[in-house]
Design a protein. Structure first.
Length: 271
């Protein structure tokens, strides 16, 4: 476990917002051709993969790369440590470490925060929950190359937030993702709260297809679907074959852009 002191933490959180000029940030896909990153798209689809399962994350990245897209992977800051306390039966398999996360980020994938440990922050006193988030930010700032807190997204474990945390978090990060439904408005300047939907504990494919149909029936909108692992790994998994075929189906729909949360916010909220 990484121990920090107040001076170190203040230094980390005081970094100026320069992510747009840093190699490896949202603008840099490291050789992956960017698709559909323009204001002409009416529907955005983000499939975010939580928890940081090693095997699934590697395979997810490979599938997205096949389609010249960036995967959206949200990881637990201490998930790779030997003393990590497994929070539930769906997280018993091996997590990746920051060697892997730095490699995937360098390949153009989005690696973002999913908590210091995987717990229900809404069930904790505000100060304790806030401290866990600050610990998470500190570890990412030390371990993930070119990580900038003010250009990052915090993805609540269990999608469980509180009004107090939601009011405080924009002082620390660019945006946060929590529960509340999968359809969001198209990104706009100053957007900080994002909500998502998902399905589990069994296979999530039918639910994902249903949510995509709902999105495409609307004149415009942004679907954020909270997935986890592939091929039976994690809560509400999907098959790798399904993900591959789904991306093939979606990328030929003219109105659709398949983006990470960071890409969507960065590309669409400039005006």
């Amino acid at each position: 476990m990484i121990i920090y002191n107040r001076r170190e933490l203040i230094k980390v959180l005081g970094i100026s917002s320069v992510a747009l000029a840093i190699p490896g940030s949202y603008n840099s896909l490291k050789g992956i051709e960017r698709k559909g990153l323009n204001m002409g798209k009416k529907h955005i689809i983000t499939i975010s993969f939580d928890d940081g399962f090693k095997k699934s994350s590697i395979l997810t990245a490979e599938i997205f790369e096949k389609h010249k897209l960036s995967a959206c992977i949200n990881v637990i800051a201490t998930g790779h440590e030997k003393d990590f306390q497994i929070p539930d039966e769906y997280q018993i398999t091996e997590k990746g470490d920051f060697v892997l996360w730095n490699e995937l980020k360098a390949r153009g994938h989005e690696i973002m925060m999913h908590g210091y440990k995987h717990c229900h922050l809404n069930a904790l006193p505000f100060e304790e929950a806030k401290d866990l988030i600050l610990r998470c930010i500190y570890i990412f700032s030390k371990e993930l190359k070119d990580f900038e807190p003010k250009e990052s997204i915090f993805n609540f474990p269990y999608n469980s937030s509180t009004p107090e945390l939601e009011a405080w978090l924009p002082l620390q990060v660019k945006a946060f993702r929590t529960g509340g439904g999968g359809i969001n408005p198209l990104p706009y300047k100053g957007q900080v709260k994002l909500t998502c939907t998902g399905s589990g504990p069994t296979n999530c494919e039918e639910r994902l297809d249903t949510e995509i149909k709902k999105l495409l029936a609307l004149p415009f909108g942004w679907l954020i679907f909270n997935a986890h692992g592939l091929n039976g790994e994690g809560y509400g998994p999907m098959r790798a074959e399904f993900l591959d075929k789904l991306l093939s189906r979606l990328e030929v729909i003219d109105s659709v852009a398949i983006l990470t949360i960071g890409q969507a916010l960065n590309e669409f909220n400039k005006s």
